[in-house]
Write a protein that binds this ligand. Structure first.
Ligand SMILES: C[S@@+](CC[C@H](N)C(=O)[O-])C[C@H]1O[C@@H](n2cnc3c(N)ncnc32)[C@H](O)[C@@H]1O
Length: 288
């Protein structure tokens, strides 16, 4: 879910914040949760620091399901890709159940990675999965890719969902149970580098949603593919002036190393990451 600074919200803020500073309020923010309860996550630049509680109050007035407002306080850090927040409004219990395309995701955004903005991308990948596929989902987080796949292609053979953060793994398990995905999704706690070898040669598709560093695991992804080949969804951060060539070069090189030819199925700018830098994805088919 995304909130945008709607007309209603603008009207309220106009009366609380000087005209000259209104343009500094970000145009959108994330809402994680459901009608029963949600958390709004907003970026507030230092120039409007003094109005931060007012902004939070305005969000809560307009979005009746929002019970907590958090301000982003740091970029994402650590292998777990989490960030720090400042509580602007509401209670300290930051666990919510987020609804996306009909499946449920329990999570605490202060403890695990989750971005509602990636919903379309998950659906885009999920729609490509064919009946009977065996899927390796690296960097599974709380399980949104796995549940999206099951939603759009219930007749898969199995998804192996690997996650290294014990907290994200706990939510992954809860989400598998809550969405009745036991038997279809196997959650594995551990580092992709250490646990994937059990599925070498068994996978039709490998999903690598870790733009910070997925390239370091490309060899493992190749080894996971069936001997006849398969598809890899490779995420990467790229500069605006040359979005895809570095990622494609990495894929071509690793394909060659394992004796595969490669066909690029799709390349896509997923979301902005930093000024002039984007998260991108390349879908690549490896074959002989
Ligand atoms: C960018 S998040 C994506 C999470 C999830 N796929 C999503 O879209 O919400 C990357 C996830 O990979 C996990 N991770 C990072 N390095 C890992 C590794 N070497 N092995 C397994 N999981 C890892 C992090 O803990 C984090 O939950």
């Amino acid at each position: 879910m995304w909130g945008c600074i709607s007309l209603n919200l603008k009207e309220i803020l106009k009366t609380w914040i000087p005209q000259s500073k209104l343009h500094l309020i970000p145009r959108s923010f994330d809402i994680i949760g459901s009608r029963e309860g949600a958390i709004a996550i907003i970026e507030i630049p230092p120039e409007i620091e003094e109005y931060k509680y007012r902004i939070a109050e305005a969000i809560v007035r307009v979005h009746k399901n929002v019970r907590t407002v958090l301000r982003k306080k740091s970029p994402r850090y650590s292998a777990y890709r989490i960030r720090s927040f400042e509580l602007l409004y509401g209670d300290r219990c930051t666990e919510v159940v987020h609804k996306e395309y009909g499946y449920l995701l329990k999570l605490d955004p202060t403890k695990v990675y989750f971005s509602p903005r990636d919903a379309y991308e998950r659906m885009r990948i999920a729609r490509q999965v064919r009946e009977g596929e065996f899927v390796m989902l690296m960097f599974a987080g709380v399980g949104p890719y796995a549940l999206a796949i099951l939603k759009f292609q219930p007749n898969i053979e199995r998804i192996i969902a690997v996650e290294v953060s014990p907290i994200a793994f706990k939510y992954l398990i809860e989400n598998i149970v809550m969405n009745k995905a036991i038997g279809k999704v196997l959650a594995v706690l551990g580092d992709v580098k250490e646990v994937c070898n059990m599925w070498y040669g068994k996978c039709d598709r490998v999903i690598m949603p870790l733009p910070k560093g997925a390239y370091k695991y490309l060899d493992i992804a190749m080894l996971c593919l069936k001997p006849e080949g398969g598809i890899i969804h490779f995420y990467y951060w790229s500069r605006e002036e040359d979005l895809f060539s570095k990622a494609e070069k990495l894929l071509v090189e690793v394909g060659k190393k394992y004796g595969f030819e490669l066909k690029i199925l799709e390349r896509r700018k997923v979301s902005p990451y930093a000024p002039r830098t984007y998260k991108i994805v390349v879908d690549a088919l490896f074959f002989h």
